[in-house]
Design a protein around this ligand. Structure first.
Ligand SMILES: *[C@@H]1O[C@H](CO)[C@@H](O)[C@H](O)[C@H]1NC(C)=O
Ligand SMILES: *[C@@H]1O[C@H](CO)[C@@H](O)[C@H](O)[C@H]1NC(C)=O
Ligand SMILES: *[C@@H]1O[C@H](CO)[C@@H](O)[C@H](O)[C@H]1NC(C)=O
Length: 364
């Protein structure tokens, strides 16, 4: 399934679309160290700056996402922010702070290129990345009802796709990841203000962002569109009934197949992974291997938070020749989408109005 095109500003800087670039950049960074506690939600601030030689093209972008769904991105070229959903324009956002952060990344990138003697390289591109992950971990209590979750802020810096220094709020100081990072971590730790700022990010960046994001996500209930299709292959003895469940939010969903009122055995049922549509909705397909006989009624039943009770679509086998006749029901329940967060400010603010912590003038 293709991710739908993301509007306008994305993916224009020659070469890779920004989305693809992001996927590559993230894949190349080691994941945060595993934790014994289950991470339930993640709020991320990401930024990269890239320079390409000899063309001297520049590209940069900063984005914010919650559980991998994008809120907003700011493009260095366009110098403006783009909200991922129209609803988000209710939020406030300090674009100039994001741009200031990108400028810092640019400066840091150039310093590191000099320091590693790579300024003269031909046909090369250099990337500086920053990935700030706020993870919210609850320790066993029921989601939402228990004590405030534990918040960990992990801020990672990478040059040439290699992480060299990080700040982990559980440890409280910058740590070198490679030898390149050693003098830098020492330098940053010696700057009291910088260290204090980093230590305060849990309160200033993570918590307020989480509250807004969580409020939006928990109020968003989009009912799935359901459809049954029959896939017949003349070579295969069995037909495949496919229940497509599309455009729903949140992602938690139960889908089961019934034949003549009796639930089908799991061994005949195949489920795709949850697919992200990229627009704060998901889709999934559940397939049933079947040998429909005339008069059989198959039903795909879906339980989802947007439905007051399970919803079913049916497919009835006709005579063999007319088998592909089917009923597809677009489910009749129409529910309002509650945007509880509307009007609530989304400033990722500190009292001083910084967007994301300033790694500012870090590398000198
Ligand atoms: C970069 O070049 C300078 C001068 O040529 C040299 O002293 C330095 O060791 C080099 N640094 C690296 C990381 O190669
Ligand atoms: C769970 O979290 C609460 C609040 O943060 C804390 O008081 C409690 O000690 C934690 N329990 C465990 C088992 O970590
Ligand atoms: C899915 O089924 C489980 C187990 O019956 C249930 O606890 C859960 O609430 C269901 N999920 C949804 C979204 O209905």
């Amino acid at each position: 399934m293709e991710r739908p095109a993301v509007p306008s500003a994305r993916g224009r800087q020659g070469g890779l679309p920004a989305r693809v670039l992001w996927a590559l950049l993230l894949a190349l960074l080691a994941p945060p160290a595993a934790s014994a506690v289950e991470v339930e939600d993640t709020f991320r601030g990401l930024a990269f700056f890239q320079e390409t030689f000899p063309s001297e093209k520049e590209a940069g972008e900063m984005l914010l996402e919650f559980n991998q769904e994008e809120f907003v991105h700011v493009d260095w070229d366009q110098k403006r922010n783009v909200w991922r959903l129209p609803e988000f324009t209710h939020y406030g956002y300090q674009t100039h702070c994001a741009l200031a952060n990108l400028a810092v990344l640019k400066e840091s990138l150039e310093i590191l290129m000099k320091r590693t003697n790579q300024t003269q390289a031909q046909n090369a591109h250099f990337v500086f990345q920053r990935i700030g992950d706020c993870s919210f971990q609850s320790n066993g209590s029921e989601a939402g009802s228990g004590p405030t979750p534990h918040v960990r802020f992990l801020d990672r810096f990478a040059f040439g796709r290699q992480e060299f220094v990080r700040f982990d709020s559980d440890r409280g100081e910058f740590e070198a990841v490679t030898t390149l990072g050693e003098p830098i971590a020492r330098d940053w730790n010696s700057q009291k203000d910088l260290l204090e700022d980093a230590r305060r990010e849990v309160e200033r960046f993570c918590r307020p962002s989480y509250e807004t994001a969580e409020r939006f996500a928990s109020g968003r209930k989009i009912p799935p569109k359901l459809k049954i299709t029959l896939s017949e292959n003349s070579l295969a003895p069995n037909a495949l009934l496919i229940c497509t469940v599309d455009s729903f939010f949140p992602s938690k969903i139960n889908i089961s197949w019934f034949r003549n009122g009796k639930e089908e055995d799991e061994s005949r049922v195949f489920t795709t992974d949850l697919i992200r549509n990229g627009d704060w909705t998901f889709q999934m397909a559940v397939m049933l291997e079947a040998q429909p006989e005339r008069g059989d009624v198959y039903a795909c039943q879906v339980e989802h938070a947007s439905f007051p009770e399970p919803v079913t679509v049916r497919w009835e086998a006709q005579s063999k020749s007319a088998r592909s006749k089917m009923w597809t029901g677009i489910v009749g329940i129409v529910m309002g989408v509650a945007f509880a967060a509307a009007g609530i400010s989304f400033y990722l603010k500190s009292k001083k109005g910084q967007a994301i912590p300033q790694p500012a003038a870090l590398i000198s």
